[in-house]
Design a protein. Structure first.
Length: 268
């Protein structure tokens, strides 16, 4: 049987350097000597103590499994930032998140609906299987067999002509780096920022540019560590018929898009 590789030492060096800490800095923070940290980072310590594992895992906010079994240098910048932001679950095959889902008797995934009154609970229980299982469930026709889907209610008029109160059916995005610029998505943000339905562009620094379809709303940027989940737009349902876009609104949107592209070009 092939022996599993241990990436603990190389991961310690990578994580320390990402925080711009010297060996003495991090040794002081962990209550270790510099020589002991150097031995851990250089791989000279073949069997670190349980206390060392627990202390280092707690300091970086990364699971012991990930520290040992995952070559963090092979992850993309966005996934590394997610990991460092505390969104760690043990990963295999490059996927950083394990999404909580519910299934029917035939082991087919439900399409859960997140009503407005459940939004606060979702922020705390988005990765809790029991919470997800408690959400209303639907079976929608014509959904692709591959992928996980969920329904989110829209609020506000920032995405007109999609009407306020429309229900957005969206597909879970595992790898954010695969999102094409300007893709409509439901973005689940930390804290009090709630859910947003925006056009998403992943920037080179791993932050997300969020734009509205409604030109009256200014685009803004959020750091990757503020994002819990991203769901790519698939369809929406509404009792309202969208109003046609007026000429002035079309012109305003075109100007706004051009301004954004110019800003992005200058930053690049």
């Amino acid at each position: 049987m092939e022996k599993a590789r241990n990436f603990f030492a190389s991961n310690l060096k990578l994580l320390r350097e990402r925080r711009r800490l010297t060996q003495q800095d991090i040794a002081d923070k962990l209550g270790l000597t510099r020589s002991k940290w150097n031995a851990l980072e250089s791989g000279q310590t073949k069997a670190p103590s349980p206390e060392d594992f627990v202390g280092i895992s707690g300091f970086f906010g990364i699971s012991i499994d990930s520290l040992i079994k995952v070559d963090l240098s092979k992850l993309g910048e966005m996934k590394l930032r997610e990991l460092e932001a505390g969104n760690d679950v043990y990963i295999k095959g490059g996927n950083l998140r394990v999404l909580a889902i519910s299934v029917d008797r035939d082991n087919k995934e439900h399409v859960e609906y997140v009503p407005i009154k459940a939004k606060a609970g979702y922020m705390a229980g988005y990765n809790d299987p029991e919470f997800i299982a408690s959400l209303p469930k639907y079976s929608l026709p014509n959904l692709p067999r591959q992928g996980t889907y969920r329904i989110f209610p829209s609020e506000g008029d920032s995405m007109l002509p999609v009407p306020e109160g429309a229900d957005i059916t969206a597909q879970y995005v595992e790898d954010w780096t695969g999102i094409a610029p300007g893709t409509p998505c439901v973005v689940i943000l930390k804290g009090q920022q709630d859910f947003v339905f925006k056009l998403v562009t992943v920037r080179p620094d791993a932050s997300l540019l969020l734009q509205s379809l409604n030109p009256l709303f200014e685009p803004y940027t959020v750091p990757a560590e503020e994002v819990l989940e991203i769901w790519r737009f698939h369809a929406y349902t509404s009792r309202e018929i969208p109003e046609p876009e007026t000429d002035i609104r079309q012109l305003t949107r075109m100007v706004r898009d051009m301004q954004t592209e110019i800003k992005e070009w200058r930053r690049g």
